[in-house]
Ligand binder design. Structure first.
Ligand code: AGP
Length: 613
C-alpha cells in the first residue's frame, strides 16, 4: 500500500511528483523518495520518515528534469531507513525502480543475482527487480523487453514503475496481481502514473486503470499498453467525477474529522438514484440481478477485512431480517484459506473501501473459482474489486483519506440495507406494506446523522474525561453488536488505547472479571429489540463498581440512572440504528486521539489500503 507517482512531459517533474505524493501519504509514510532524469543521469533524493523530510532535502539539493518517479513507503521488507527507501537504482546507474508489493521469491533471486556478481546495497526485496532489468539490458534486450523479462521472474503481487537512461523518452509501469492500483493519467503533451487517483486529479480526470499482467510504455504524448504476451490493448478511458477539493481537508484539522462530518452528504449520495421513495422500491441495476437469480441464492457469505467486516456483520442481521436468506460473515484472511463450501447457489458479497485489499481480493477470486455469484460494495471506482465482481455497488462517498474508515463504514450499512430490500422484493418474501415502510425509513437517515453530529461538542467534553484511559470494554448486542467492534477499532487504531469489544451477553462468562473503577465500559444501548438485555448487562457492570458510558436513545430515562456519561442519539428505526449509533463512537475516538496529540490521519504502523498479506 505504498504511494507511487510518475510524470513525463514538458513541465518540471519534481513539484508534480512531490505534490502527488502528498495526496497519497495516507497509503504509507515510513519513508519517501524521488528520482528524476537530469542531464541524462538518474538523480535520486530519499529519506526515512514523512514526506516533509524529503521535501526539505529536495529544497537543499534541487532537481531539474521533465521525467521522474516518486514513492512513499509502508515497509514490508527492510527497516524504514533512508537506504531502504525507494526509488532503488541498480549497479550501472542506468535503471531506477519504485515498487508496491512483495517479491515473494526475492531470496532465491538474490542468490541468483549474487552468483552473477551483483552486489546488493539494501535489505529490500525491491532491489532484485532493478538488478534483473539491468542484467537483461546488458544481455541486449531493449528496455521494454528487459523489464518484461524481469517481471516474469517475480512471484507475488506488484505495482512497478521504472525508467532508464538507455531510453529517456519513456516511463514503464506494470501491474501483477492485486498489489494496489496502477492508474495512468492522460494529459496534453504530458502523462502521469500513480497508485491512486488523488495524486493526479488536479492535472487530469482522464484515467486508465492497468489490470493485472499489463505493462504501459508512457511517453509524453503517446501511450502503449500491452499484455505480458505483447498484444497491444486499448482499454477504456474513464473520467473521474471527484472534484480535487473533496480530497482536501478544507477547514478541518484532520481528514478523519472532515469525513465524519461529511456523512450527511455521503449517506445522501450512497442513496442517490437508488431509491424510488414514491413507490417504495430499490433500484440497483449495477447488480445485474434478475428475479430468477435472486430466487436461486440459497445462502450468502459476506467477506471483508477490518471495519468493512464489521459492516458485513450488520449486513448479516439486515439481510436475514429483511430477506430471510441465511448469511455468514467471514473475515477474508480466514475465508481464503479454509476451502469454503460454496457453489453456484451461493452469493458472495465483498466489502472494501479501497477495492484493493489483498485478502479481500483473494477471497473474491476464490469465490469466483467456486462458481459463486460475486458482488462487491466498493468506494474506489476502477479498483480491482470492481473489475472482479459480477456486479458492484459504489459507496459513492467520495475519496476517504483518513486511515481510520468512517464514511466508508456507514455507507455500506445503507447499501446492505438496500440489497436486503431488493432481494426480498425480487424473491417475493416481503409484503408491499413492509417494503414501503422500510424504504420510507431510509429517507430519515441523513437528517438523523446530522442530529448526532450537532452533539459533537458534548462528545468532545466526555472525551476530555477519558483521554488517559488505558483499557476499556465496548459492549453491544444484536444488530448493534458489530458497532461495539467498530467503535473499539476506531479507538484502538488512532488513540492506541486498548479497547476490547464483546457481545454483551458474553461478559458474565469471564470478561466481567476485569471490570473495576479504572476499566470503563462503553455500552451501546439504543431502543432496539435488545434494549432490555443491554440494560441488565449495564446493571451487572454497575454492581461491580464499573463506570459506564452509554450510547442511548434521547428520552430514555432509565439509562440516566445507570450510566455515568451518555452519548444521545435520536429515535431511529432499529434496523438503521447502527448507522446512527456509530457516529458518537467515531467522534469519541477522534477527540481522544486528537486531545492526545496523535497523528489521527496517519496512525503508527497502519496504512489506508493493505495490499499485501
Ligand atoms: C478501518 O478503520 C481500517 N483502516 C481497516 O480496518 C480497513 O477497514 C481494512 O483494512 C479494510 O480496508 P478496505 O475497506 O479498503 O478493504
Amino acid at each position: 500500500m505504498c504511494g507511487i507517482v510518475g510524470y513525463i512531459g514538458d513541465r518540471d517533474a519534481t513539484p508534480i511528483i512531490i505534490n502527488g505524493l502528498k495526496k497519497l501519504e495516507y497509503r504509507g509514510y515510513d519513508s519517501a523518495g524521488i528520482a528524476v532524469l537530469q542531464n541524462g543521469k538518474i538523480e535520486v533524493r530519499r529519506d526515512a520518515g514523512k514526506l516533509r523530510k524529503l521535501t526539505a532535502i529536495v529544497d537543499m539539493q534541487p532537481l531539474a528534469g521533465n521525467l521522474g518517479i516518486g514513492h512513499t513507503r509502508w515497509a514490508t521488507h527492510g527497516m524504514p531507513t533512508a537506504n531502504n527507501a525507494h526509488p532503488h537504482i541498480g549497479s550501472t546507474g542506468e535503471v531506477v525502480v519504485v515498487h508496491n508489493g512483495i517479491v515473494e521469491n526475492y531470496l532465491e533471486l538474490k542468490e541468483e543475482l549474487r552468483s552473477e556478481g551483483v552486489e546488493f546495497k539494501t535489505d529490500t526485496d525491491t532491489e532484485t527487480i532493478v538488478h534483473l532489468i539491468e542484467l537483461n539490458l546488458s544481455s541486449g534486450l531493449n528496455f521494454e523487453n528487459a523489464t518484461l523479462a524481469a517481471l516474469k521472474r517475480l512471484k507475488g503481487a506488484h505495482g512497478i514503475v521504472t525508467f532508464s537512461t538507455r531510453e529517456p523518452d519513456k516511463i514503464i509501469a506494470a501491474r501483477i496481481g492485486n498489489a494496489g492500483g496502477v492508474v495512468i493519467g492522460l494529459g496534453e503533451n504530458e502523462n502521469f502514473i500513480a497508485s491512486d487517483i488523488p495524486a493526479i486529479l488536479e492535472h487530469t480526470r482522464r484515467v486508465i486503470f492497468l489490470e493485472s499482467e499489463q505493462i504501459v510504455l508512457l511517453g509524453r504524448d503517446q501511450i502503449t499498453i500491452k499484455d505480458f504476451d505483447g498484444a497491444v490493448l486499448h482499454p477504456e478511458i474513464q473520467i473521474i467525477s471527484w472534484d480535487p477539493v473533496s480530497a482536501e481537508k478544507g477547514e478541518y484539522r484532520h481528514f478523519m474529522y472532515k469525513e465524519i462530518h461529511e456523512q450527511v452528504r455521503s449517506l445522501t449520495d450512497t442513496l442517490a438514484g437508488r431509491v424510488d421513495f414514491e413507490n417504495g422500491f430499490i433500484q440497483l441495476p449495477e447488480l445485474n440481478l434478475t428475479a430468477e437469480n435472486a430466487k436461486s441464492f440459497q445462502r450468502i457469505i459476506i467477506t471483508a477485512c477490518g471495519t468493512a467486516a464489521y459492516a458485513g456483520m450488520v449486513g448479516k442481521l439486515l439481510i436475514e431480517q429483511i430477506a430471510r436468506i441465511p448469511v455468514e460473515v467471514d473475515i477474508a484472511s480466514e475465508f481464503r484459506y479454509r476451502d469454503p463450501i460454496i457453489d453456484e447457489t451461493t452469493l458472495v458479497i465483498a466489502i472494501s473501501q479501497s477495492g484493493e485489499t489483498a485478502d479481500t481480493l483473494a477471497a473474491m477470486e476464490l469465490a469466483k473459482r467456486k462458481r459463486a455469484t460475486l458482488w462487491s460494495i466498493v468506494n474506489v471506482l476502477g479498483s480491482q474489486a470492481t473489475r472482479l465482481s459480477d456486479g458492484f455497488i459504489s459507496m459513492q462517498t467520495g475519496p476517504e483519506i483518513g486511515v481510520a474508515s468512517t464514511k466508508a463504514f456507514t455507507a455500506p450499512l445503507v447499501d446492505l440495507y438496500m440489497i436486503a430490500l431488493l432481494l426480498a422484493d425480487m424473491r417475493g418474501t416481503i409484503s408491499k406494506e413492509k417494503r414501503k415502510q422500510l424504504v420510507s425509513d431510509l429517507r430519515l437517515v441523513p437528517a438523523l446523522v446530522g442530529q448526532v453530529l450537532e452533539l459533537d461538542k458534548d462528545i468532545m467534553n466526555i472525551a476530555k474525561e477519558f483521554k488517559y484511559m488505558r483499557n476499556t470494554f465496548y459492549l453491544g448486542r444484536g444488530i448493534n453488536m458489530p458497532i461495539a467492534y467498530e467503535g473499539a477499532l476506531k479507538l484502538k487504531e488512532i488513540s492506541y488505547i486498548h479497547a476490547e469489544a464483546y457481545p454483551a451477553g458474553e461478559m458474565k462468562h469471564g470478561p466481567i472479571a476485569l471490570v473495576d473503577r479504572d476499566f470503563p465500559v462503553l455500552a451501546i444501548v439504543p431502543k432496539d429489540p435488545w434494549y432490555e438485555k443491554m440494560i441488565s448487562q449495564i446493571e451487572q457492570v454497575n454492581a461491580r463498581g464499573g463506570s459506564v458510558l452509554a450510547v442511548a436513545t434521547k428520552g430514555d430515562e432509565r439509562i440516566k440512572e445507570l450510566a455515568d456519561h451518555i452519548f444521545w442519539i435520536p429515535e431511529t428505526p432499529w434496523l438503521l440504528s447502527p448507522v446512527i449509533a456509530v457516529i458518537p463512537l467515531q467522534l469519541f475516538a477522534y477527540h481522544i486521539a486528537s486531545l492526545r496529540g496523535l497523528d489521527v490521519d496517519q496512525p503508527r504502523n497502519l496504512a489506508k489500503s493493505v495490499t499485501v498479506e
